[in-house]
Every structure is written in C-alpha cells, then in structure tokens.
Design a protein around this ligand. Structure first.
Ligand code: PDD
Length: 285
C-alpha cells in the first residue's frame, strides 16, 4: 500500500480523495509532471519544476501554496515508499469550486495538488528490455497547445491502443505530413550521423529529457538538426529513438512495419542512453 500526497497531507492511497467537482475531473483542467527516480534520487527535477510553473502560468492556474515544498514532498514520497527505481507523478488542477461552470473560479478556489509514486525496478538498465520499440504512425488529432503538459491524455491513450491493435508498441503522430512526437515521448531519427528531431513550438511538448539529450549530443560533437521530418524520411533513416522521463533514450527499430536500419538498436541511440544515464545521475537530487 502506497503513501500518497493530497493537498498538504500524506495519506494511505485508499484514504486519499478528490472532489467530484474538481475541475481536473470535470474539464481535464489540470497539468502534470512525471519525474523519474534512479538510485532513490530525482532526475532532472529542476527542469520538471520549471515546466510545471510554465504550464500553470499558460493556463492562469494559481501556483499552489505547496510550490516551494515540491522537492521536499517528492523526496518524502520516495523515502516513504522506498522507491529505488521508478517515478513520481505530480498533478495540479484548478481545484474544486463546488459546482460545474465553464468559467474559471476566483482566487478563493485553491488548486488541487496530488502526488504519488510508481515503483519500476529495472528502469535505469543500461539497455532497455527487448530489442527496441516498434511504432506506427497515426494522425495527430490533439489540441493546438501541446506545449502545455495538460492531463487531457485521451488521444495519446487512443494512439497507444491503435498501436496495440496493430501489434506495435507505440505511435508517432503526424500533422501536415510531418511527425510531431510520440504519444508520450519526443521522436528522433538519425541519418548519416545527423540527429533530427522536431523543432520546439506549440505543436509538441518541450521534453525535459529532450533538452538534456540534445545538450549532451552537442557536447559529444554530434550534429543535431531541429526540424520536422516525414514518416517516409523516418522509415529510410539509419536509426530512430524516443526520449521521455520514463524511457530516457529508447531505440525504435520499426516504423509502420518497416525495419529501421538493420532492425536492431543503433549505436547513436545506445550511446545517447548511456551518456544521458551517466550525466543525469550526476545531477540527481
Ligand atoms: N510524457 N511528448 C509528450 C506528448 C509527452 O507526454 C512526454 C512525456 C514527452 C517527453 O517529455 P519529458 O522528457 O519531459 O518526459 C514528450 C510523460 C513521461 C507521461 O505522460 O508519462
């Protein structure tokens, strides 16, 4: 049984409750972050906190009173639940105004803050289990502010189900002929040694792992191009991979049934995963 955090209290998970009028429940009016834990320490915590503040600001959700204590709360949950490898999920919603109304409530309604942990033994293994991901491409039918990390995850969830139905592991979403990102990760290809990933805009989530991986790639003298790419270009690439807080760097070996390169995890993705794990552990807190 886990200990979770809800609005200032650490509680056994079955005693933690949120109102049926909570706008997160009624309107998906909330934002979230997922921070991974390796060796009992938080990876890229500062980046996740900064993006949380940005997401709240973009939606005019007040910063919760807990904002200054989030590091301590994350650490306390990791300690109480004895997480060695896993993640901390954090969600902040606009709160419970006591009724359903499209209009945002006033300042008297305080945001709801929920955090819980998930244990994932093996998360930080040097190479992920299996031979790499198989992805399909699907149309990107999400809303237009994908840079805000909202809890409206129904379409990404549908995308994962489409992938599952097709016998694949995940889906890459395509808009105006170009890949935006994966259902819950950023997407990359490698061709002739050049790493290509979509440029930042409102069309994709500005991945915290993406920022770190691109920095490490450039420091290692790898060439990075931030631009859109087509599914055809991806299928003809030498390598492909995804990044996220829960997958770090994970190779993609097949797109729409077509093997990428030699059909096994490529050297660039493998190297970037090693560098990311080494470097991010150094700054884990
Ligand atoms: N998802 N793009 C999308 C659409 C995402 O949902 C995520 C993360 C990313 C990668 O961002 P980061 O590197 O900051 O984790 C990109 C999280 C892990 C999730 O929903 O579980």
């Amino acid at each position: 049984m886990r200990t979770v955090y809800v609005n200032g209290q650490y509680l056994p998970e079955q005693e933690a409750t949120v109102s049926i009028f909570d706008r997160g429940f009624l309107f998906a009016d909330g934002v979230y972050e997922v921070t991974s834990v390796l060796g009992g320490k938080l990876i890229d915590f500062e980046g996740h906190l900064a993006r949380l503040k940005r997401s709240l600001g973009e939606l005019d959700i007040a910063e919760p009173a807990d904002i200054g204590n989030l590091l301590e709360i994350h650490r306390e949950l990791v300690r109480l639940n004895e997480i060695d490898e896993g993640l901390v999920y954090l969600q902040v919603t606009r709160g419970d105004p006591g009724d359903r109304d499209f209009i945002y409530p006033g300042a008297e309604t305080e945001p709801t803050v929920v955090l819980f942990t998930q244990s994932k033994p093996g998360l930080g293994s040097a190479q992920p289990a299996g031979a790499g991901l198989r992805v399909i491409t699907i149309p990107d039918e999400r809303w237009g502010r994908r840079d805000i990390k909202t809890v409206q995850l129904l379409y990404p969830s549908m995308g994962k189900m489409m992938a599952k139905a097709a016998g694949a592991d995940d889906a890459w979403m395509v808009e105006d002929g170009q890949v935006t990102e994966g259902t819950s990760n950023n997407a990359y290809i490698v061709k002739d040694g050049v790493i290509v990933t979509r440029h930042l805009s409102n069309d994709i989530l500005h991945g915290i792992t993406r920022a770190a991986v691109l920095r490490f790639a450039r420091e290692a003298q790898m060439v990075v191009e931030e631009r859109g790419f087509t599914p055809e270009e991806a299928r003809a690439a030498d390598e492909a991979f995804v990044t996220s807080a829960t997958t770090f760097v994970t190779p993609v070996v097949e797109i729409d049934g077509q093997a990428i390169g030699t059909g096994v995890p490529g050297p660039v993705a493998r190297r970037l995963r090693e560098i990311y794990l080494d470097e991010s552990l150094k700054t884990a807190i």
